[in-house]
Write a protein that binds this ligand. Structure first.
Ligand code: AMP
Length: 441
């Protein structure tokens, strides 16, 4: 129950109004510590309820402020506009019975209007690092009275090259009393470096080992012969699966546009979202999807980051994402807040090695699915006799359910060093080495 937390009654009233009854695990773990003013480093996947985990303690700090709004007291940094907009909405929902005002500063919006908003001085400022710095450099932003900073999706901000900007913004808040950093993954050296620089003896809350990823989501792979075959499979899935809303991920903008074109030609209500789209298109796509005007979104990774759309219960990976972390983020779109979801990855010859690296990274074996109506010829790597020269590939028996389940097991040519990065297929982003996954049966 939320009433167990020492939250101000006006915030509890909002929580009740929003019909949040039981705190999620990340909320149960983070809220009490955050209310004590501790610095926190929280590893929790998207969809776990982490926004409320930092927004409620942050608002609690500000709710009784006697002074009129004269200074920005809280700063929330996020990697993308959409995520920033969603966080603003959450802040507004939770602060609806208080006098706290929040403002938003992201790229793609009018610079002067933002400057005018800053002159009115919001209590809470939410934004993306690049535009915030531009406003700072223009002399429109004053952060010296910020008491609390939240870095949300910090791993992603680093991936997007915001490390220096984030650090600079943190340095602009010398009087801050609390810093909370949230990331979906444990991140690498860059994240550790940032944590060392911006957090003071933080409590580390690990809420998702990646193996607990999206517990409510079934994860399947379907093998395909080529891209056209993948498109047939997509069409079959869209026609035969029961879903409220679906998202199809591609690695490239060109492919996103192509799939979108095919869907529209077949009268599907779809939208496409990628880096070439301007802010207006992106807003419209998200609005349409939320309101049900479109049921299908075709998107690249960056464009879909931070999307929180209710009822998004089918994720299709047209191609495999380039890293295990990106897979976690994609799948995090579904199975949110305890709902059930289905994630299907379409695997051609060129995707196979990457898919098995991701399985090893997650220490999971995806369910192999065969759809007889659109069955192709490719079913995974062929059985090769281990020759001592080349890396061997073994084929294991079908699983108990009777699905064709083919698990490739690489035979390493040389003994790998314990912490050496795993080269993924095609020399793409290396995947973090974990303990070797047990061979799935
Ligand atoms: P987040 O991970 O913060 O993006 O939250 C994912 C979704 O879960 C959002 O739509 C939240 O409004 C919802 N949510 C978060 N916490 C709770 C809760 N304790 N009870 C019900 N819904 C929640």
């Amino acid at each position: 129950m939320f009433s167990q937390f020492a939250l101000h009654e006006r915030l509890l009233k909002a929580v009740a109004e929003l019909k949040f009854v039981e705190p999620t695990p990340v909320q149960a773990a983070a809220i009490p510590l955050a209310l004590q003013g501790r610095d926190l480093r929280v590893t929790a996947q998207t969809g776990s309820g982490k926004t409320a985990a930092f927004v409620l303690p942050m608002l609690n700090r500000l709710v009784d402020l006697k002074q009129k709004r004269v200074e920005i007291r809280a700063l929330v940094l996020l990697p993308t506009r959409e995520l920033a907009q969603q966080t603003l909405k959450e802040v507004e929902r939770f602060s609806q019975f208080t006098f706290i005002k929040a403002g938003l500063i992201t790229g793609g919006e009018d610079f002067k209007e933002q400057a005018a908003m800053l002159r009115k001085v919001p209590d809470v400022l939410i934004g993306t690092p690049g535009r915030l710095l531009e406003q700072l450099n223009a002399g429109n932003l004053h952060l010296e009275h910020v008491q609390v900073i939240v870095l949300d999706e910090a791993d992603r901000m680093l991936d997007m090259g915001f490390a220096e900007d984030v650090e600079r913004l943190c340095n602009e808040c010398p009087n801050r009393e609390q810093t909370m950093l949230f990331s979906a993954t444990t991140g690498g050296a860059g994240l550790r470096d940032m944590i060392g620089k911006v957090l003071k003896t933080p409590e580390h809350l690990m809420l998702n080992s990646v193996s607990q990823l999206a517990e409510g989501t079934r994860q399947q792979i379907i093998t395909a012969d080529h891209n056209q075959h993948k498109e047939q499979i997509i069409q079959w899935l869209l026609e035969n699966e029961t879903y409220d809303k679906a998202i199809i991920f591609t690695n490239t903008r060109v492919m996103a546009d192509r799939i979108y074109g095919h869907l529209v030609a077949k009268d599907y209500k779809a939208f496409v979202l990628h880096g070439d789209k301007d802010q207006k298109d992106r807003k419209l796509a998200i609005e349409r999807l939320k309101q049900g005007g479109a049921k299908i979104l075709v998107a690249t990774d960056v464009a879909a980051r931070g999307l929180d759309v209710d009822g998004l219960d089918l994720v299709i990976n047209f191609d495999m994402p380039r890293s295990g972390d990106e897979y976690v983020h994609r799948i995090g779109r579904t199975g949110r807040a305890g709902n059930e979801g289905l994630a299907v990855s379409l695997i051609c010859h060129g995707d196979w090695n990457l898919m098995s690296s991701i399985e090893r990274y997650l220490k999971q074996s995806f369910e192999r699915r065969v759809i007889k109506e659109v069955k192709g010829t490719y079913t995974g790597p062929k059985k090769v006799k281990a020759s001592g020269k080349a890396a061997g590939v073994k084929k294991k028996k079908a699983d108990k359910k009777g699905d064709k389940k083919v698990v490739a097991k690489r035979k390493p040519t040389a003994k790998p060093k314990p912490n050496a990065p795993l080269a993924s297929a095609d020399g793409l982003a290396p995947l973090k080495r974990r303990k070797p996954a047990p061979a799935a049966e």
